[in-house]
Design a protein around this ligand. Structure first.
Ligand SMILES: Cc1ncc(COP(=O)(O)O)c(C=O)c1O
Length: 936
């Protein structure tokens, strides 16, 4: 137990005792206990302390986790199967991966403060488009297996759900097939080997297949084309630097993992998956897409494109349920390609290929049968009955091979493989390495004409690369500069000690399918975490597999569905969802094969219990679940939560809790005690995993014991129904949450929750004289966030919520959540990590904005020329020779009278025009065959 004068919780929680007292006074309550008793209904309170280990200091926790992770056995992996060893370029590791300017940013909804990460994601899209030959690539999906499943989803939508069969050409990785099957089953889609007919929606071509072999799939592709099926290529992106593109081979979609572009294996993740499509499929794409647009001055700028496809707008009709994706990892992959360029990537690919070709030839020369004659990096050897024994011998030399079955073993080379590895592996088979082997790739060599865009050529020196990454980071406003008061997103501190283990070799370099005895450290950590999360939420079992909240929702609903089916109640497919729910809820329900029935909310934001009763009654025979966000998306603890759960149970349904707002509950109340059967936890909100500019995330689910048999399984552990490619999903970032809970302990976690509620209620006390606060609980208190009704400024002065959001940028803030769950409002969540002075700075900015609007209202500033409608103000226009506005340059750029002028955040663009970007979609840099001034 720590004896330090300042425990970690005091470093994590912003306000100290003095600040807390001042805030309590402003709110008008004598103590934190009183405030909590007013905000959190007695009926849901936990009446005991959580049973967690006593808090450890940063160094104690690091030492403890270090000892655990030291139990992992990290051998050199030749397992492949979608995961490869990498040399993370140190310049990227230090300046991006371990840099809070990159990892503490939010999803780039506010385009003007996100130009850096949007630009790099745009380069990611360009990279994928170049590699695949397809014109439009998204800004990352969650992992390879889910990306392939999403690609199948595109094909089904393309056929308006009228076709229900998917054919396979070339054996897919087992984990990919399993996730595709999981996704297909609730939709009634059949994954049916080789049959291709009028009912075939898609053909999945694994190129190369899981054994590393490129089959001849021309006939199947031709047949698929003839019946109008969508051809999906699953390809290794490194191989695509030296082979024909999927597009040239007939692909309509290409999907796969970008892991080997500089992202460590991390026992399974997180990694960015890619997905690229032909033009006709653009509007059916899942996930985020970055597009180029213009700002109000006509300058180019980036922003998220075609958002009308996404769950937050289309709900159950969305193209997928994805919200949090893998932005940070996509940006690492793009940086890796920018650092190496086409020449460097090809050199890596050729070297890897040469090692594989030489092994194959050497084995053949020694009389050993090797599968296929076209390969990239993997050699699969037929070794009748000896596969296990050979792998065991390899292990003795410090190398892990993949045992495919009793008779086959495979070897996948990567950029960390050496000639010594080749010698040692050949020796296992009694073979002598041949000096050279001819190219065994299919088709024509790719040539040099790709990635010709300047950005892939200008950053060869470390000085250039370091400055490139710095320049991009400087364009953005992340948590390392200012409070990000995004309601429902919980942008709290991601402490350095929590982040450090992610880079440890014992955490980063383990293959997810390494033998169980090699991941004892990971398993000790995940056992702790599962037990702690069960204690925190009250559930009996936890699955850490889902790699975002949306995926947790999906996994939870599947567990509910499978539970009903196990009881013979296959007709239960109605999912009740309150109108205020996050878009991922209805989108996940649709993916789980459920029909969404919307339950009304009352004026005060609570679920309309009368409507709930009517609908539960009406659908009693078919009721599968209610998805219930608690505390509500309106930022209050509803009094009737227990009753709501009882109503659903009484009609045979299960209660799904959306735990996005768990930061208001930890140590005060537990979802399972209230009546939830299953709940997802966003570890990238409540439990300190940074948001990464739009991911990674982790969305574990907790379940009551009756649902435990229906948690996701995995082929590697001999079960099915996986929702992610790896058994523990994005395992390598789980240590962040482990460190947080270990350092906070029960007392620290309770203090954090209380402070989150204190900070939100303090904001209410400061701002409600200027903006009505929309929803409060019975005692006039909010939970951990509040909704400011900014529509009053619209009514009085024509100032929109967007104007306020953009003006906040001039004051140096990221806007709160805009127009959700109520259009025209701002939802503010300060979290416990923000100190009082930062909250005051934010409140002062909001009050100053109200005063600015008052000037517009009084006619002191015209409605079409004032600092609000013109916001944000860039340095370029503020310093321009001519200034024609009725307010000063100082009022434009330093509205808060910021005394620290050097720290001023300057947005790189003025307001971005969203509509123009969607009208003229540009999602990748045009290739340049000639360019001037590049470094090479
Ligand atoms: C209430 C709510 N539910 C679900 C989600 C989805 O979580 P994720 O972004 O991790 O998929 C969010 C994300 O913001 C949310 O706010």
């Amino acid at each position: 137990m720590t004896t330090a004068p300042y425990p970690f919780s005091a470093r994590h929680i912003g306000p100290g005792p003095k600040q807390t007292r001042a805030m309590l006074t402003a709110i008008g309550v004598p103590s934190v206990e009183t405030l909590i008793s007013q905000a959190v209904p007695k009926s849901i309170r936990l009446d005991r302390a959580l049973n967690l280990p006593a808090p450890a200091s940063e160094h104690e926790a690091l030492a403890e986790l270090g000892e655990k992770m030291g139990r992992n056995k990290v051998l050199k992996s030749f397992i492949g199967a979608g995961y490869h060893g990498v040399n993370v370029p140190p310049v990227i590791q230090r300046n991006l991966f371990e840099n809070p300017a990159w990892y503490t940013a939010y999803t780039p909804y506010q385009a003007e403060i996100s130009q850096g990460r949007l630009e790099l994601l745009f380069h990611f899209q360009t990279l994928v488009a170049e590699l695949t030959g397809l014109p439009v690539a998204s800004a990352s999906l969650l992992d390879e297996a889910t990306a392939v499943a999403e690609a199948v989803g595109i094909a089904l939508r393309h056929h308006r759900d009228k076709r229900s069969r998917v054919a396979i050409a070339g054996a897919a990785h087992p984990q990919v097939l399993d996730v595709v099957r999981t996704r297909a089953e609730p939709l009634g889609t059949e994954i049916d080997g080789e049959t291709i007919d009028d009912n075939t929606a898609a053909l999945i071509v694994s190129w190369p297949d899981t054994n590393g072999v490129y089959g001849d799939h021309r006939a199947a592709i031709e047949k698929a084309k003839a019946v109008g099926a969508i051809v999906i290529f699953v390809s290794d992106p490194l191989s695509l630097t030296v082979t024909d593109t999927p597009a040239s081979l007939g692909a309509d979609i290409a999907a796969g993992s970008m892991q080997r572009f500089g992202v460590p294996m991390g026992f399974g993740g997180p990694h960015a998956a890619y997905c690229a499509v032909s033009d006709k499929l653009t509007r059916l794409m899942p996930g985020r897409l970055v597009g180029q647009s213009v700002d109000s001055k006509g300058r180019p700028g980036y922003r998220l494109a075609l958002q009308t496809r996404e769950q937050h707008i289309r709900r159950d009709k969305a193209t997928s349920n994805i919200c949090t994706a893998q932005a940070l990892l996509a940006n690492m992959a793009a940086s890796y390609a920018i650092w190496h360029g086409s020449v460097g990537l090809q050199a890596i690919a050729e070297r890897v290929h040469a090692l594989a070709s030489r092994l194959a030839e050497s084995l053949k020369a020694a009389g050993l049968p090797v599968l296929g004659d076209k390969r990239f990096d993997t050699v699969t050897i037929e070794a009748k009955g000896k596969a296990e024994a050979i792998a065991a011998e390899a292990e003795k030399t410090g190398r892990l091979l993949r045992v495919i079955d009793a008779d086959h073993v495979s070897v996948a080379f990567d950029e960390t493989s050496t000639a010594a590895d080749l010698e040692a592996i050949a020796a296992l088979f009694g073979a002598k390495v041949v000096a050279e082997a001819k190219r065994s790739l299919p088709g024509q060599p790719r040539g040099k004409e790709f990635l010709t865009q300047p950005v892939f050529h200008q950053n060869r020196s470390e000085t250039d690369m370091m400055r490139f990454l710095r320049r991009l980071a400087d364009k953005d406003l992340a948590l390392d500069r200012a409070m990000i008061p995004l309601g429902s997103c919980t942008m709290k501190l991601n402490a350095a000690a929590e982040m450090m283990p992610v880079s440890w070799p014992s955490v980063a370099n383990l293959h997810p399918f390494a033998p169980t005895s090699h991941s004892l450290g990971y398993r000790a950590m995940t056992d702790d975490l599962e037990a702690w999360l069960c204690e925190i939420t009250g559930f009996d079992a936890v699955s850490l597999q889902p790699n975002a909240g949306s995926q947790g929702e999906y996994a939870g609903l599947l567990a509910i569905r499978r539970y009903h089916h196990s009881r013979g109640e296959t007709q239960r497919n109605i999912c009740l969802i309150p109108s205020s729910a996050h878009g991922t809820n209805p989108a996940s329900a649709a993916m789980a094969g459920m029909d969404v029935v919307v339950v009304h909310c009352l004026e005060d934001g609570d679920i309309d219990v009368t409507d709930l009763k009517v609908k539960a009654e009406q659908h009693a025979d078919k009721l599968a679940a209610l998805m219930f966000t608690y505390p509500s998306t309106h930022g209050v603890f509803e009094e009737g939560a227990r009753d709501i759960c009882e109503i659903v149970h009484a009609h045979g349904g299960q209660v799904y809790f959306d735990g996005a707002n768990l930061n208001a509950m930890v140590a005060l109340s537990r979802p399972a005690d209230i009546g939830a059967d299953v709940c997802h936890m966003n570890l990238h909100k409540t439990f300190c995993i940074p948001h990464g500019g739009g991911g990674p995330g982790i969305g574990p689910i907790g379940v009551k014991s009756h649902l435990a048999p229906f948690l996701p399984g995995h082929v590697e552990i001999g079960s099915a129904h996986a929702v992610s490619a790896a058994p523990f999903g994005s395992a390598s970032i789980l240590p962040i949450t482990w460190m947080y809970i270990r350092m906070m302990g029960a007392s620290g976690l309770k203090h954090a929750t209380e402070t989150a509620i204190l900070n939100a209620n303090y904001i209410v006390s400061k701002l409600e004289g200027h903006y009505p606060v929309l929803f409060k609980g019975k005692n006039g208190r909010v939970a951990h966030e509040c909704i400011l009704d900014t529509r009053v400024l619209k009514e009085r002065a024509g100032i929109s919520v967007e104007d306020i959001a953009k003006r906040l940028i001039d004051y140096g803030f990221h806007a709160p959540t805009m127009s959700w769950p109520v259009a025209g409002t701002l939802m503010v969540e300060p979290t416990e990590s923000e100190p009082k002075h930062e909250i005051d700075r934010f409140c002062d900015a909001m009050i100053a904005i109200a005063n600015e609007a008052a000037k517009v209202e009084k006619g002191e500033w015209p409605r079409d020329d004032n600092p609000l409608v013109n916001a944000p103000h860039t340095a370029t226009e503020t310093l321009a020779g001519e200034w024609k506005h009725p307010y000063s340059r100082l009022e434009a750029a330093y509205p808060g009278g910021d005394p620290d002028t050097v720290a001023k955040y300057w947005p790189p663009v003025s307001r971005i025009d969203n509509v123009a970007g969607d009208r003229n979609l540009v999602c990748a840099c045009p290739p340049l065959s000639e360019y001037l001034g590049a470094a090479e």
